[in-house]
Design a protein around this ligand. Structure first.
Ligand SMILES: Cc1ncc(COP(=O)(O)O)c(C=O)c1O
Length: 309
């Protein structure tokens, strides 16, 4: 094992050294993937010497929603975890761009019964430095996966459940082995859904489209952010509707968006070049606005930022 990537993690009410942040192998989260989580980013503003966590409230609201859907009772509110996150960032003295994970998990105690009253429900937070990926500038090559996105009737993608990511893994690993960077999954009715870890947006003839929240997607916070910025700053209303696979092949621009991915341009789909093979003008325009907003450079979007220091 190499050096610990951070000094401390937060686990069940305590700061623990990275090496000691452990959960028992007999936990339900280990055995059956039962837990819910969030992925957030914190952006360091060098000029202001400030760290801003982006849309923290909304992430913890979604965490609570995921717990509700899968009926996970937590003996305290998610605001406790949110506060722990802010304290952890300070404790680790993080002063660069970071990525945060906030998890609620089921521990030992309920083998087979799934009885919420007999389960230990715990939580943990980690935060690590994570600069933007290089592909945010250069773009990625995508394929339409032969794996379908999980469906609300069996494993609701609206809930950010740990086990849901088996579906993401199937699509992402296959895409990687086949020489692509990312995989776009279709929903059970064959309409465009999302990638392994981000929402999909396309541009056709100057109009912006994204699958609707009933196309088996995680209701992305970045997606919501971009819908508002597109409308308010670029005068482009985003059309939320079902998208056919063949519309991907007709797109002038395409990108993935998510807290981790930020805005990641897709420059080819199934080996068909999109636009001129680089990030398109509307993609670059929304990237510019988004990256200014998250770092606290746009006053009107400061309400989305939680300062740490
Ligand atoms: C499957 C999936 N879709 C979409 C997203 C984007 O969501 P958000 O913008 O809230 O990070 C994520 C990232 O968490 C994800 O894992």
């Amino acid at each position: 094992m190499g050096a610990a990537p951070a000094k401390f993690a937060w686990l069940d009410g305590k700061f623990v050294r990275w090496e000691d942040a452990k959960i028992h192998i007999r936990s339900e989260c280990v055995i059956r993937g039962i837990g819910v989580f969030e992925g957030l980013r914190g952006y360091w503003n060098e000029k202001q010497k400030q760290m801003y966590v982006f849309r923290s409230r909304d992430h913890y609201k979604r965490l609570a929603g995921s717990m509700r859907i899968i009926r996970m009772p937590l003996p305290y509110g998610t605001e406790v975890i949110e506060q722990a996150m802010l304290d952890l960032i300070k404790r680790n003295k993080l002063r660069e761009d970071i990525h945060i994970r906030a998890n609620v998990y089921i521990g030992e105690g309920s083998d087979h019964t799934h009885d919420p009253a007999k389960m230990f429900v715990g939580s943990f937070v980690t935060a690590l430095p994570r600069p933007a990926k290089k592909t945010v500038r250069t773009g990625t090559h995508a394929t339409v996966s032969s794996w379908r996105r999980i469906d609300d009737q069996a494993m609701p993608p609206r809930a950010k459940v740990t086990g849901n990511y088996v579906n993401s893994r199937l699509a992402q690993v296959q895409a990687g082995l086949d020489g692509y960077d990312t995989a776009i999954m279709l929903d059970q009715s064959g309409k465009v859904s999302e990638t392994a870890g981000a929402c999909v947006v396309i541009v056709r003839d100057g109009k912006v489209y994204t699958p609707s929240v009933t196309n088996s997607i995680l209701e992305g916070i970045t997606r919501d952010t971009l819908i508002r910025i597109f409308q308010d700053d670029l005068g482009l209303p985003v059309v939320e509707r079902s998208i056919d696979r063949s519309e991907l092949y007709m797109a002038d621009e395409m990108f993935e968006c998510g807290s981790g991915h930020e805005i990641s341009p897709i420059v080819s789909i199934d080996r068909m070049q999109i636009g001129d093979g680089g990030p398109g003008p509307i993609t670059r325009a929304i990237q510019e606005k988004y990256l200014s907003a998250v770092r606290g450079k746009l006053k009107k979007y400061r309400r989305w930022l939680t300062p740490v220091y």
